[in-house]
Ligand binder design. Structure first.
Ligand SMILES: NC(=O)c1ccc[n+]([C@@H]2O[C@H](COP(=O)([O-])OP(=O)(O)OC[C@H]3O[C@@H](n4cnc5c(N)ncnc54)[C@H](OP(=O)(O)O)[C@@H]3O)[C@@H](O)[C@H]2O)c1
Length: 273
């Protein structure tokens, strides 16, 4: 039995992955905010797979808070000897800059600081697996210069586009750190090949709300369909970094200073964690 840890496993693609891995007999740890969504997911799965509740754990957390991410990591370290797959799918889209009660820019905190903690602080539990894999659902392909090292939390000049590109690039650099520490690890940045009919959790403007409400039902895939390539990646992981759009492997975005940038990012982030 493998242990699959899924942030954002209560809805959308994260929930589809949780249902799949419970159905095929693995242990699944779901991290999210809604215990009610988790209960519904487990109850539905248990109708056809009665042992599912015994193999499912929910950890309630607001992963935009560093303290919550840290608490979840500690819980996992105390209660598990091994993690075989870590899926980073928690998502809350904010088009405007928002500061958390801890003083961090909320999207940077959710989409990078928390993920950084999971990847770096759970490295030894992943090392204990024979075929460890991290699927980081950060759409690959942001430009190599998308990070503003002088203002990581975008106090000045925040736009949704800049913030989104920066966290995506940072998550690609995080793969350099993760695979250097553990050469057996597969580290995949992954985005869907087209819109997915998910909950689109977030606080967004009318334009994005309408686009999601109109386009997703027309053009979107179901989460169950969208996760098929992720299941293939998790079931047969290859060591090293890779990037995917759906089932299509993409070349990794390379910059002249990738290793240096990864170290610079880590040292900046360690100072605020
Ligand atoms: N849908 C698409 O078309 C699309 C396109 C490109 C990329 N993606 C990426 O794919 C991944 C999955 O997206 P999705 O659309 O399937 O997700 P989704 O349906 O929007 O669900 C978001 C998940 O994140 C959790 N979450 C939100 N804020 C959280 C917080 N502060 N702390 C902890 N958990 C939190 C939610 O938990 P609760 O419900 O329990 O609050 C939920 O489980 C994301 O990384 C997203 O950026 C999706």
């Amino acid at each position: 039995m493998r242990t699959i840890v899924i942030t954002g496993g209560t809805d959308g693609m994260g929930a589809a992955l949780a249902r799949h891995y419970l159905a095929v007999g693995h242990r699944v740890v779901v991290i999210g905010r809604s215990g009610a969504k988790f209960d519904a997911l487990v109850t539905t799965t248990a109708r056809r797979h009665p042992s599912a509740p015994d193999r499912a754990e929910f950890i309630a957390a607001d992963l935009s808070l560093v303290a919550d991410s840290r608490r979840v990591v500690e819980h996992l370290r105390e209660n598990y000897d091994r993690i075989d797959a870590l899926v980073l799918a928690a998502s809350f889209i904010r088009q405007r800059r928002h500061v958390t009660p801890e003083g961090h820019e909320a999207s940077w905190s959710l989409f990078f600081l928390g993920k950084y903690l999971f990847v770096t602080r759970l490295a030894d539990l992943l090392r204990a697996s024979e075929r460890p894999v991290i699927v980081n659902m950060a759409v690959p392909g942001a430009r190599a210069d998308a990070i503003d090292f002088d203002d990581l939390e975008m106090v000045d000049g925040f736009t949704f586009r800049r913030s989104n590109a920066q966290q995506r690039r940072a998550n690609e650099l995080l793969g350099i750190l993760a695979t250097e520490q553990n050469p057996d690890l597969g580290y995949i940045t992954w985005g869907p090949d087209r819109l997915v009919r998910s909950s689109f959790a977030g606080e967004v403007g009318m334009g994005m709300k309408v686009a999601a409400a109109v386009l997703a039902p027309l053009l979107g895939r179901s989460p169950e369909d969208a996760i098929r390539p992720i299941v293939d990646i998790i079931d047969t992981p290859a060591p090293g970094r890779a990037a995917y759009r759906g089932a299509r492997a993409l070349p990794l975005t390379g910059g002249a200073h990738d290793e240096k940038d990864a170290i610079r990012l880590a040292s900046a982030v360690e100072k605020v964690l």
